[in-house]
Design a protein. Structure first.
Length: 98
């Protein structure tokens, strides 16, 4: 089996343990939307699903944990090679630095 290098400029990161690819300059939220990930967090009180809504940092529905830091707005953070992104549950205070 022959392995080929991916096209130049492709960014790879992890979301909940799954590989995701992004284009340079693409936000984490846009890359996740492209691969059909719609639920990025759940609410603190009732665990309701939330995802990309406004896409410009106003609504805070796209909060995720990135590299151990909770409450990161996925729509504002550019995807970066090797970053580890996880779905955030509640306020994100469990097991992450604030």
């Amino acid at each position: 089996m022959t392995h080929r290098n991916p096209p130049s400029g492709i960014i790879r990161f992890q979301f909940d343990g799954q590989p995701v690819t992004a284009q340079p300059g693409q936000s984490v939220a846009a890359a996740l939307w492209t691969c059909d990930e719609r639920v990025l967090r759940t609410t603190r009180v009732d665990g309701a699903p939330r995802g990309l809504f406004c896409g410009m940092g106003v609504c805070f529905d796209c909060l995720v944990t990135i590299d151990g830091r909770a409450n990161r707005q996925a729509c504002l953070i550019p995807a970066a090679e090797g970053m580890v992104v996880t779905r955030q549950h509640g306020n994100g205070s469990e097991g992450s630095e604030r």
